[in-house]
Design a protein around this ligand. Sequence first.
Ligand code: SF4
Length: 172
Amino acid sequence: MYKPKSLRIFLTDKCHYNCDYCCNKLPEVQAKIQPKTDKEIRSMILSNLYSAICLTGGELMHNFEYVRYFNMLAGLVGTPVYLYTDGILLSKSILKYFKFAGINIGIHRESQIRMILDYVPNILTYKNIRFCVENIHRYDFAGNIPDKYIKEWVRDDCFKSFDTEDFVKLID
Ligand code: SF4
């Protein structure tokens, strides 16, 4: 079955940073986000109408209970799940015991690179991890992460998926 859209779920507003280039603060993005209960989101995932589930925040790991729950639901219908995280609260055991189709780690500070490499020194054994940076020349990856794992993005990218994604925000 052709599935033209993916589902982007905002799990929390909590965030470690306050980036001035944050897509989520843009009024166009805020206007597109529909508040939904966990039961409503559960139905959306189980409808099997989406080609992918994208979990994001803020920092989604502040709401790991729902990362687990929505990942489990998506697994029931075979929908791939992608995480959009700053990586700080990821851990070796999360990477080992929970399977995700892709993990996009947004790099916003140099210190993040050291923190991530501390908990997973051999991070490139996880082939589905990508590092996203707003300005590729600002950071020193010190040869730990080859270029092919690093993706540069610009703020206009925020609008690229507007026609192909539904945006929902988890409410209590
Ligand atoms: S870390 Fe991500 S979600 Fe948080 S302010 Fe920066 S770009 Fe936005």
